[in-house]
Design a protein around this ligand. Structure first.
Ligand code: AMP
Length: 214
């Protein structure tokens, strides 16, 4: 298992599960959302381009995302494999990824699809909180911080992502249904899709995924 996509709607746990799987398999997690957020906080040109789309719950244009992924997959730590988290999100991106992989003579091993009900997704998204300093993810219902607003690990400020507000979360789910869901059929046809129940705790979902990859 070297090259994996973690696929699913916003709030399905892609980032959390990817964070657990990279420890099992010793390969990097490549999250386009994290890369955009880092660029926004550093005020780079890429961050400026991405910010307005992200804040209103839209997808960043395909050409911007694909350029970023081409560069990231060419880095040394991605030579032996990686977990893509949040990419691809459109058919156009999936076709670009196939082109990038062909150029590198690489192949995907699996696409893990984390299936979740809309109600659970909205609940997870709106109760998610993130440490601004170390990135630790909390949930006000299932995994609250010990002291409100402060990270248990590093003491940094814990806040809500702008796009996790109720209105923007609803918009992101709509965008997912229209633009990203068609990838389920795309990867089914390629024989790569492994469907996993994404409900339950991070550990429970991890225990469902891991045996499929060994
Ligand atoms: P995420 O952290 O994966 O939830 O992504 C947060 C936001 O970043 C998304 O709502 C999009 O605005 C943007 N984004 C992340 N990945 C992509 C992608 N592959 N294509 C387009 N936009 C993306």
């Amino acid at each position: 298992m070297n090259r994996l996509i973690l696929f699913g709607p916003p709030g399905s746990g892609k980032g959390t599960e990817a964070g657990m799987l990279i420890k099992d398999f010793d390969i990097p997690q490549i999250s386009t959302g994290d890369i955009f957020r880092k660029n926004i906080s550093e005020g780079t040109e890429l961050g400026i381009k991405a910010k307005e789309y992200m804040n209103r719950g839209d997808l960043v244009p395909d050409d911007v995302v694909t350029e970023l992924v081409v560069d990231r997959l060419a880095e040394d730590d991605a030579k032996e494999g990686y977990i893509l988290d949040g990419y691809p999100r459109t058919i156009n991106q999936a076709e670009s990824l196939n082109g990038i992989l062909a150029d590198l003579s690489e192949q995907l091993d699996h696409v893990i699809y984390l299936r979740c009900d809309r109600e659970l997704l909205l609940q997870r998204l709106t109760s998610r909180r993130i440490c601004e300093k170390c990135g630790k993810v909390y949930n006000t219902i299932t995994m609250p911080m010990k002291q409100e607003g402060l990270c248990d690990i590093c003491g940094g400020t814990v806040s809500q992502r702008k796009d996790d507000s109720y209105e923007t979360a609803v918009k992101r789910l709509e965008v997912y249904e229209k633009q990203t869901m068609p990838l389920i059929e795309f990867y089914k046809k390629e024989g790569l899709l492994l469907e996993v129940d994404g409900s339950g705790t991070a550990e429970v979902v991890h225990d469902r995924i891991k045996p499929l990859l060994i």
